[in-house]
Write a protein that binds this ligand. Structure first.
Ligand code: SF4
Length: 384
């Protein structure tokens, strides 16, 4: 089982961001840690097996003062079975890290850090509204390594306004120079009602052409593989043995509990001849509603629904096809009690004829074209 904790605090809102985060609300952090611990205790019965990965995401977890983070971890260890955790990731924003904070995070058991590098050009970082320069990223990587973080992810974004192929190649090579063992490279998806979206709507900024964006993705595949990285998911690359187990768990439908504002959970998972069934929960996405819910002694839920039957099968396809290993026929049968052939056979054959999927040793996988047209594949599967 996996544990995710969301920290909805940021120094400033980036211009493209629609994640749940509150700039300037750092004063609420001690109360938020109290609320997280209360939620953890309230939902203790949802943790039905030992936890093997933990992920502190946000927002900006590195804004949480070291002593508050230490208090959270110390108390969580008393509430949940965390003694078998093998991977403990913390997201951090360059520009917020100090050697003391990094040392404390390591002392608490965190062994993987994920830094939002995004681009190596300061003009693009400024356009995105990031709070850091590329120099800050370089310093943060050095500090994280000195503190003993051997597992390091860098997040990058391509397909940015004002970003050309040369910028992107420079960014990839700059990332490689920092010697991470994991890289995430996501194409920009402009989110409605963000400042960046407004600039795109008004014509003040323009996105690169789709063909240029495809070439950027191709460049990421080439440069990462040339540096010994293996692609294991559409947007994720790792050195052998360094793939993120927490994220692989999501894409493989391993149960997880999410604590904090806007966090999602997948709990009480049952698999087998009756078909897969699980409870999906999503917490409220407002900090004040979260505080109010928890202080009244109830989990601060926004939605809760059982997922089963065709919906659960589609999630297996949607999440599994993101992985380069694809969807396993044996796993599908074990999870849902029906064969993949019976569930999706004719549709899979049709998508294979169109060059979007292929069948390989008991797995169905996206082709390179299928990765570009993943949404088309999913819409087709949803209709079947
Ligand atoms: S640091 Fe991350 S979560 Fe915070 S505003 Fe920027 S993109 Fe959003």
């Amino acid at each position: 089982m996996e544990l995710y904790i969301h920290f909805p605090f940021c120094v400033r809102k980036c211009r493209y961001c629609d994640f749940v985060s509150y700039p300037g609300a750092e004063g609420s952090i001690p109360a938020y840690i109290d609320a997280l611990l209360a939620e953890a205790a309230l939902r203790k019965e949802e943790v039905t097996e030992p936890i093997d990965t933990v992920y502190f995401g946000g927002g900006t977890p590195s804004l949480v003062p070291a002593h508050e983070l230490a208090r959270l971890v110390r108390m969580l260890r008393r509430i949940y079975p965390l003694q078998h955790v093998t991977e403990w990731t913390v997201e951090a924003n360059p520009g917020t890290l100090t050697p003391e904070w990094l040392k404390s995070a390591r002392d608490q058991g965190m062994n993987r850090i994920s830094l939002g590098m995004q681009a190596s050009q300061d003009r693009l970082l400024k356009l995105l509204g990031r709070i850091h320069s590329h120099g800050d990223v370089e310093q943060s990587v050095l500090a994280a390594k000195s503190a003993g973080f051997d597992h390091l992810n860098l997040d990058l974004i391509f397909g940015l306004p004002e970003q050309n192929g040369t910028d992107w190649k420079e960014t990839l090579l700059a990332a490689m120079d920092l010697e991470p063992d994991h890289l995430s490279a996501y194409g920009l998806i402009p989110e409605e009602n963000t400042p960046l979206w407004t600039d795109l709507q008004s014509g003040a900024l323009q996105l690169p052409e789709p063909e240029d964006e495809r070439e950027m993705y191709e460049e990421a595949l080439q440069i990462t593989s040339g540096h010994g990285f293996q692609q294991y998911e559409i947007s994720n690359f790792a050195r052998p043995g360094s793939a993120c187990r927490h994220n692989i768990g999501y894409w493989s439908q391993v149960p997880y509990i999410g604590l904090g504002v806007s966090a999602a959970s997948m709990v009480f998972v049952r698999q087998g001849s009756e078909g897969m069934k699980y409870l999906r929960k999503t917490n409220v996405n407002s900090l004040s509603h979260y505080f109010r819910g928890i202080s009244s002694g109830h989990p601060a839920l926004d939605e809760e629904a059982w997922v089963q039957g065709r919906e659960a099968q589609f999630e297996t396809m949607m999440l599994g096809l993101r992985k380069t290993e694809g969807v396993s026929e044996a796993d599908f049968f074990r999870m849902h009690g029906v064969s993949l052939e019976a569930g999706y056979g004719p549709k899979l054959e049709k998508l294979a004829e169109e060059g979007l999927l292929y069948h390989d040793g008991g797995f169905w996988k996206l082709t390179r074209l299928g990765m570009d047209l993943q949404n088309t594949v999913l819409v087709d599967l949803l209709d079947s």
